[in-house]
Ligand binder design. Sequence first.
Ligand SMILES: [Zn+2]
Length: 101
Amino acid sequence: MKIEEAQDMMRRIYLERDQARGIEGTLKRTFDELEELSEAIKSKDTAQAIADEVADIFAWLCSLANLLEIDVSDAFYKKYSDVCSKCRESPCACPEFPDMK
Ligand SMILES: [Zn+2]
């Protein structure tokens, strides 16, 4: 499935509910899903359970983008377009940051 297909699917299924919840509420749910992914990884949950959390985050991100009228596929490709968003190289040639060690 392509990114735009996934975003359209989320729009079809959830747009009304997302609009009722609003941007702030949807942003909070996206953060909640990130926390759930963190807990799944830390507790060494099954690979499927961790994959489910990744899917949830992407789903909520699509919902948020729908409310903000952002095309996720377009935004992603404009920002990354086959290269690192900072150094514009592939693979990334950025100097290593202290938090990466
Ligand atoms: Zn880079």
